[in-house]
Design a protein around this ligand. Structure first.
Ligand code: SF4
Length: 409
């Protein structure tokens, strides 16, 4: 583990964590604090309790440093067992992950779950269970066939005017239902040459007006790399919109620094697509990070995957959508869970998704979509509000179940 004057090492020994350090972490090799990026010392009560228990020699300033969070992320059974009691199913799953999506949890996110029950929705997000090892028929490692839409490494060009640019395979915490679990978390890094080839592809394809930068999680890259990627894309004249897909405000809110905001602000119009799965993710730290992004002028939208036992009920989804609006994030997509290997225990029926959408009203209604297996793209689904549609009229059912008529002529 790296340590310098600015931070204090977690102590070795029973029940205490030894910080991990690895070159796989994109931020790991950069300076601890750049001159204009000194983290604050404010830490929530919950995080303080967690620090006192498991990182007792760590200064609050280090806890609030995103690079410290990356270096000290929990990525082994041994470290996870130091902070929480695991079930047999969890232990067996972690011991047998092999080439699957690795285990990785930031200390911040661990502080939200260390004393939780096995069924806790946030715990289920990041800690595998043995069901994850079971592959059902219809499940595929690349269900959206992204590989077949990839003309150069990192680029997925499925829709005519948009490309997806996966700039890193790394995330600060791995979600057990990740659609890209076939590539995410693998050490197949993109180098500068790959980036340049991707820029060249986008430049040559003048029909591309929208670039979605995703991964992995792009905001785990350091500010300099993001500045370079965004600068190169923004210099391509026909690119109108740049979007970033990230889960960082949820799992690593410390990453939303003033310096990051100043880098991103140079590349407006820049939209940020956030990934939430449960209202408990919206902590004070997460809200602060989202508000900072909103203050930077970035339109914020949310994507949520419908997950059995985590968010598959109207009250939970309603609470999540309402809380998102309060932190200035507009509910955007609700996804039917993709058919990735070992996702059977997370998948609900499509009917369940439609019931939930029916139970949400007003501004807080995301679009329910199925990303069609085989690469057919996103297809929106709506509950059946149309009872009859003739050349004379349309008969609709309203939110109370009453019939309403609208003339066609
Ligand atoms: S943050 Fe996104 S890319 Fe990373 S593991 Fe979660 S779903 Fe996958």
């Amino acid at each position: 583990m790296n340590a310098n004057n600015s931070e204090v090492m977690a102590v070795h020994g029973e029940g205490r964590l030894v910080g991990s350090s690895s070159d796989e972490e994109p931020g790991a090799k950069t300076t601890i604090f750049s001159q204009n990026e000194i983290p604050t010392q404010s830490v929530s009560n919950r995080s303080t309790d967690f620090i006192n228990r498991y990182f007792p020699l760590t200064a609050k300033i280090s806890w609030n440093d995103w690079k410290w969070q990356l270096r000290n992320s929990i990525n082994s059974l041994e470290d996870l067992q130091k902070i929480m009691k695991l079930t047999d199913k969890e232990v067996m799953a972690i011991n047998n992950l092999k080439n699957r999506l690795p285990l990785r949890i930031t200390p911040y996110f661990a502080s939200l779950i260390y004393d939780s029950a096995p069924s806790h929705p946030l715990r289920r997000n990041v800690i595998p269970v043995v069901e994850e090892l079971i592959q059902h028929t219809n499940e595929q490692s690349d269900p959206l066939h992204e590989a077949s839409f990839s003309p150069v490494k990192g680029i997925v060009h499925r829709y005519p005017d948009r490309v997806l640019f996966t700039v890193t395979q790394f995330c600060s915490s791995y979600c057990r239902y990740c659609t890209r679990s076939h590539s995410v978390g693998k050490l197949d890094k993109l180098n500068k040459q790959n980036y340049e080839k991707a820029f060249e592809y986008i430049s040559k394809h003048t029909e591309v007006r929208d670039v979605l930068i995703s991964g992995g999680d792009p905001l785990t890259l350091n500010d300099e790399t993001l500045d370079y990627i965004l600068g190169r894309i923004r210099s391509i004249e026909h690119v109108e919109i740049i979007r970033i897909g990230t889960r960082v405000p949820v799992v690593l809110p410390q990453r939303i620094t003033d310096n990051l905001i100043s880098v991103l602000k140079k590349y407006h119009p820049l939209l940020i697509s956030l990934h939430f799965s449960h209202p408990l993710e919206i902590t004070e730290d997460c809200a602060k990070a989202c508000n900072k992004l909103a203050d930077g002028g970035f339109p914020l939208g949310s994507q949520t995957v419908l997950l059995k036992g985590i968010n598959d009920s109207v009250p939970v989804m309603k609470e999540l959508m309402h809380k998102l609006l309060k932190i200035r994030v507009r509910p955007y997509y609700l996804y039917q869970c993709d058919l990735i290997p070992g996702s059977g225990h997370f998948r609900t029926t499509v009917k369940k998704g439609l019931e939930i959408i029916k139970g949400l009203r007003g501004y807080a209604v995301p679009q329910f979509v199925i990303d069609a297996p085989g690469g057919g793209g996103k297809i929106p689904l709506l509950p059946d509000y149309v009872v009859e549609h003739t050349s004379e009229h349309i008969l609709l059912r309203n939110y109370k179940g009453e019939l309403c008529e609208y003339p066609e002529k």
